[in-house]
Design a protein around this ligand. Structure first.
Ligand code: GDG
Length: 502
């Protein structure tokens, strides 16, 4: 996607508008480490996906200042220019108290909404205190956004499930702003939706936006059905719009993507090539196949399910014992939540168990890297892997699938992808897997490995071409284009004509 086209679109339709982006997670964190202070990006799809967008468009990104040195690097208005080495936009940090983090973030966001949206009802915890803090912190973000707007016309782009009430709060306090909301995780079906105690208020919060984006049309349909059944709103499935209290929200699918050129050229860089040799030697890859997974250590990513499938794979296909190594990179995530600590223990136990069972002289089947790995190293693994496994039990999109494909410049690898990841809708040339069905999963790994090289090349080439076209810039363009279409004057009375079709 040509970045100039996005700039033109913005200049034509939103010439005097300031772009304000909100998310819970910030793109850059300042923190103290034993090596001194660092400013780093964390593992997490939203920040990683939106940073290139903000670098291109400019504006202000409002997010929680979660790093232990974040306060030291901001000005009096809590702002800092980022990225630090080549500033392109402003990061405005929002401060949260310990009690707010406990209840809004670890509580309602990550113990209520996260498992709820991923259909994992057994993990869900609802507490009134979580909800009250959620509302309070959303209000706090809204206030900071209003402060940034300074009564100017703005496009406000709110991100993800932690900030669902912000669109409505903003609309009540400031008229005439264009509000986009992007929901980055799955939206559950109506039966699961109904377990959310404050579900009406929650929906009303989101319906404050003008444009509401999800990754897939399935999530859009789920959302529209929930609104239709829950609120006294006019829902038009054909135009995918909702009229609620005289405000119209367009609901649309925009499958998120990655910066293809960045990942592709990083994989081909001199530095990557030098590191490739080292890793090749370390894993003795001349006669060994390398399997790879990169995940936040999260129970939605299906890591134990994958390990069990790998155990069965070695049992069913013993010819791969001594010939296949699997590397699991698992960046620590939400470690203050018990379910995440328990998951880590379960994963370590399984890895040890499988390694003990199959280990031979000079060969260990599984390598578990439980830390945040820098992007350059990640790129080397992506390029080197013969097989990437994405085994999410449920996932909004899954960017790792796309990063792996973009980094496969030698076009020799293959992607095994869960049918329950949003990415599955687009990656039709991957090998599908069902993480709940261990035998089928083990067979899918075998099928992927045994696919002739020519067939692998054909598949990966098609997927590379697709992601090259539908990259993160095309995603951004599509969102702004959809928003711009709403600016075309529309007849007030006739709801059916309210939106100009694409
Ligand atoms: C949500 C949705 C949706 C991982 N480990 C390391 C590392 N990562 C990076 C990956 C990738 C990102 O983190 C993870 O992306 P996912 O898409 O798997 O996402 P979630 O964090 O669950 O994000 C998801 C996404 O939002 C975007 O809408 O796709 O469905 O759940 O970029 O590369 N990065 C580094 N070291 C690591 O060890 N540097």
């Amino acid at each position: 996607m040509n970045k100039r086209e996005i700039a033109n679109l913005l200049e034509n339709y939103f010439p005097d508008n300031k772009l304000i982006l909100l998310s819970n997670r910030q793109p850059y964190v300042h923190k103290a480490t034993p090596r001194g202070f660092v400013c780093e990006m964390q593992a997490g799809g939203v920040a990683i996906a939106l940073d290139p967008v903000m670098k291109m468009v400019g504006g202000t990104w409002i997010a929680w200042g979660s790093g232990n040195l974040d306060r030291k690097f901001v000005d009096q208005k809590d702002r800092v220019k980022v990225p630090p080495q080549d500033p392109k936009y402003t990061l405005r940090r929002v401060w949260l108290t310990e009690e707010e983090v406990e209840n809004y973030y670890l509580g309602f966001s990550n113990r209520s909404l996260w498992p709820w949206a991923h259909n994992l009802c057994g993990e869900v915890v609802f507490r009134r205190k979580f909800w009250n803090f959620y509302k309070k912190v959303n209000q706090h973000f809204t206030q900071v956004a209003l402060d940034e707007i300074e009564n100017k016309k703005s496009v406000i782009w709110v991100n993800d499930y932690q900030l669902a009430l912000v669109p409505q709060q903003l609309r009540e306090k400031s008229k005439g702003q264009m509000i986009i909301f992007f929901w980055h995780i799955p939206w559950p079906n109506y039966d699961v939706f109904c377990i959310l105690p404050n579900r009406k208020e929650f929906l009303e919060g989101l319906l404050g936006s003008d444009l509401l984006g999800f990754h897939t049309s399935n999530f859009c349909q789920n959302f529209l059905t929930c609104v239709e059944k829950e609120l006294e709103a006019e829902v038009d499935f054909e135009s995918s719009t909702v009229r609620f209290k005289d405000h119209i929200t367009k609901v649309e699918a925009f499958p998120i993507s990655i910066d293809f050129e960045y990942f592709s050229s990083l994989a081909g860089s001199k530095e990557t090539r030098a590191m490739l040799v080292k890793l090749r030697n370390r894993f003795k890859l001349d006669n060994t196949i390398l399997g790879l997974s990169v995940d936040r250590l999260d129970y939605t990513k299906g890591i134990p399910e994958k390990l069990k499938a790998l155990e069965l794979f070695f049992e069913r296909y013993p010819r791969y014992q001594g010939k296949f190594i699997f590397v699991q990179i698992a960046a620590p995530s939400r470690t203050k939540i018990k379910a995440y600590r328990e998951l880590r223990e379960e994963v370590i136990k399984l890895v040890n168990q499988i390694n003990q069972k199959y280990e031979k002289k000079n060969w260990q089947p599984l390598v578990f890297i439980n830390r945040l790995v820098d992007h350059k190293t990640l790129s080397v693994y992506y390029r080197l892997a013969d097989l990437a496994i994405i085994s999410s039990v449920r996932d909004g999109m899954n960017l790792v699938a796309k990063e792996f494909i973009a980094s496969q410049i030698d076009q020799k690898g293959i992607l095994c992808l869960s049918e329950f990841a949003g990415a599955y809708e687009e990656m039709e040339h991957s090998i599908p897997l069902n993480p709940y069905y261990t035998e089928g999963f083990a067979d899918a790994i075998n099928r992927a490995i045994e696919l002739p090289l020519e067939r692998k090349k054909e598949r990966i080439k098609k997927m590379r071409n697709y992601i090259k076209e539908y990259d993160i810039y095309k995603w951004t363009y599509d969102i702004f284009r959809s928003l711009s279409q709403m600016l075309i004057p529309k007849p007030k009375k006739d709801f059916d004509e309210a939106f100009i079709p694409k």
